[in-house]
Unconditional design. Structure first.
Length: 68
């Protein structure tokens, strides 16, 4: 069984952060950050994937990033 890792460099070293971003229209104009995401990133090459925080559970995101 082959080990899975970052799809760009194969590294097994990843991190995650929660971020908020503005949308379009009025939310952008008033700087209302109503979109929340969890970002999973490779600590080796910097490759990142964004996951909608409302649609995903934090404990499973790293498994999904690494194809688990």
């Amino acid at each position: 069984m082959s080990e899975k890792g970052c799809i760009k460099c194969g590294s097994q070293n990843a991190g995650q952060k929660d971020v908020a971003m503005t949308g379009t229209g009025l939310s952008k104009m008033f700087d209302i950050q109503n979109n929340q995401f969890t970002v999973v990133y490779c600590k080796n090459c910097g490759y990142s994937e964004f996951y909608n925080k409302q649609a995903s559970t934090g404990s499973n995101i790293l498994d999904f990033f690494f194809g688990g």
